[in-house]
Ligand binder design. Structure first.
Ligand SMILES: Nc1ncnc2c1ncn2[C@@H]1O[C@H](COP(=O)(O)OP(=O)(O)OP(=O)(O)O)[C@@H](O)[C@H]1O
Ligand SMILES: [Mg+2]
Length: 137
């Protein structure tokens, strides 16, 4: 089932992430697709909130590939693949294993070398001004 929500602010996009996270169990994988500045990190901040992690802990992990946020209902593992171009480096992260211990969310998921059939796919598209169309599938 596909569901599209239109948001008009960063806060509204975070709220969609918050709602989604409240439904997730350990082992869930969320793939985020969307251009620079689409709101992927804002969505992750909402997911953190939905799991009971302090949302201000969530930053753009551009230089740290993988960040872990604990203290919530489940650990949240946050990966940003923007700077990774070699699929082997992505394999080396061991994402499948990481996902087993909590919720894994991946920015720039288009860089993953293989499809992930069990994952939830979130696409965030720019509209006019602050409008974003968020599709969950
Ligand atoms: N409806 C909206 N939803 C989300 N962010 C919005 C919205 N309207 C405006 N913004 C702004 O867009 C920016 C989104 O930044 P964010 O870091 O979340 O994007 P990103 O997709 O993670 O980018 P990057 O590809 O660089 O990681 C913020 O500055 C935010 O305030
Ligand atoms: Mg980001």
């Amino acid at each position: 089932m596909t569901k599209t929500t239109t948001t008009h602010s960063e806060r509204e996009t975070s709220a969609v992430g918050r709602e989604l996270a409240s439904t997730l169990a350990s082992g869930a994988v969320v793939l985020l697709f969307g251009d620079l500045g689409a709101g992927k990190t804002a969505f992750v901040r909402g997911m953190a909130e939905g799991l009971g992690v302090a949302p201000e802990e969530v930053s753009s992990p551009t230089f740290t590939l993988l960040q872990e946020y604990r203290g919530g209902r489940l650990p949240l593992f946050h990966v940003d693949l923007y700077r990774l171009n070699d699929p082997r480096e992505i394999d080396d992260l061991g994402l499948d294993e990481i996902a087993e211990g909590g919720v894994l969310v991946i920015e720039w998921a288009e860089k993953l070398p293989r499809p992930n059939p069990g994952a939830i796919e979130v696409r965030i598209a720019h509209g006019d001004g602050d409008t974003r169309a968020i599709t969950l599938a």
